[in-house]
Design a protein around this ligand. Structure first.
Ligand code: SF4
Ligand code: SF4
Length: 378
């Protein structure tokens, strides 16, 4: 049996097993789609798009559709640690809720401090109940960094005053799989920027388990929902890169799929945001774009219903899905190559060769390491 046939069979068996479990939502996904005016055709188009996003062959779209319908069989516990809630907001506050948000709504969300109605002791009980009732079976999503200095006292949550550090360790112990949603929970994010007084760290730094890191500030809702769908469908982690990010989402450089790339190669650059080159859509490298150093699918998947993404809108990528981006990618409106090449790219006329050289230096370590990165699975 070839790899795809074996994977399809694995998905089939997983979904058959999930179908035997009782639904945890009162309304089926079909009813919810009807209520929100989505047609079956739109749902099948969504399934095909998620299949392509996950880099799976088109026949898998029937499994994706089934996985979405059965998403309420997989309990999800979502913790908020040191963060701004932007990752949840990016998923749930769309002007026009799309199928991604509807399917997230269909997942069996057992605990989510922003979305649940419960508060205080009742919220605390909900969490304790979810962790014991679904021990070994729930998917844990964590949003926000973990403050670790002084035993984690810089973040306490809930009426029992548990630290974020205690909570994440406790919740991770019984989780079937763990997803760090956003750069803060993946790598520490802005909380971990120098001098990092709270000792903020990514989740993988404080627990002894594989964590899927969905870098991004915030990560796209497609990468969140795609990861959830992959887990519902196969009951395991996807292939991960050297920073434990799913390869299907973070396998390509922003720079390599950017619509301004032709201008980069031709040495045509925006010199300042108000110039004619900016109006003509030239490359943003010289005004700070970090696309050459950043791995994410923003140019291909875009945001807001596939309408646009930061570079198309006119500002360079700031490298938000990379570890330590807050420190390593700053200044966000100056080229990184300037630092790497000790001022060699100061002349606009030398950018072609020099900037490409800078990009190679900057990405070399990652690219080489990616070649040797194993497909990690729990
Ligand atoms: S440097 Fe930025 S704007 Fe220029 S081609 Fe690369 S990603 Fe696009
Ligand atoms: S374009 Fe760059 S900064 Fe913007 S969301 Fe994508 S990875 Fe983050």
């Amino acid at each position: 049996m070839d790899t795809h046939a074996a994977l399809f069979e694995q998905g089939r068996q997983r979904l058959d097993a999930l179908r035997q479990l009782p639904p945890r939502q009162q309304a089926s996904l079909k009813d919810k789609m009807l209520e929100h005016g989505f047609t079956r055709r739109e749902f099948m188009q969504w399934s095909a798009a998620v299949t392509a996003l996950l880099a799976l062959p088109l026949p898998f779209s029937s499994l994706v559709a089934e996985a979405a319908e059965l998403a309420d069989r997989v309990p999800l516990v979502w913790l908020h640690l040191a963060e701004c809630t932007g990752c949840s907001e990016s998923l749930t506050r769309a002007d026009t809720p799309d199928l991604d948000t509807l399917i997230f709504d269909h997942i069996s969300l057992e605990y989510h401090e922003t979305l649940m109605a419960a508060a205080g002791w009742q919220a605390e009980e909900n969490l304790e109940h979810a962790l014991s009732e679904y021990h070994g079976n729930y998917l844990l999503a964590v949003e926000g960094a973990v403050p670790t200095a002084n035993n984690g006292v810089f973040l306490t949550v809930g009426c029992k005053g548990k630290t974020g550090l205690e909570l994440v360790k406790e919740a991770a112990a019984g989780a079937a799989a763990i997803i760090a949603v956003g750069t803060c929970s993946s790598f520490g994010g802005v909380q971990a920027a120098a001098p990092n007084p709270t000792g903020a760290k990514g989740v993988h730094d404080v627990i002894d388990r594989t964590v899927i890191n969905l870098g991004g500030c915030p990560p796209s809702e497609k990468n969140i929902v795609g990861t959830l769908m992959y887990y519902v469908m196969f009951g395991r982690l996807p292939a991960l890169d050297m920073f434990n990010r799913p390869k299907w989402a973070y396998g390509a450089r922003v720079h390599d799929n950017c619509e301004r790339r032709g201008h980069f190669d031709a040495g045509e650059f925006v010199e300042e945001f108000s110039d004619h080159n900016a109006k003509d859509g030239y490359c943003l490298y010289k005004v700070g774009c970090k696309g050459p150093y950043t791995y994410n699918n923003c140019p291909t998947e875009r945001f807001n219903g596939h309408v646009s993404w930061p570079v198309l809108a006119g500002h360079g990528c700031i490298g938000c899905s990379e570890p330590n981006f807050w420190d390593d990618m700053a200044d966000f409106e100056k080229p990184l190559g300037r630092q790497l090449l000790h001022g060699l790219d100061a002349s606009a006329d030398t950018v072609g060769a020099v900037i490409i050289g800078a990009a190679v230096i900057g990405i070399g370590a990652h690219a080489v390491a990616s070649l040797f990165a194993n497909s990690k699975e729990d």
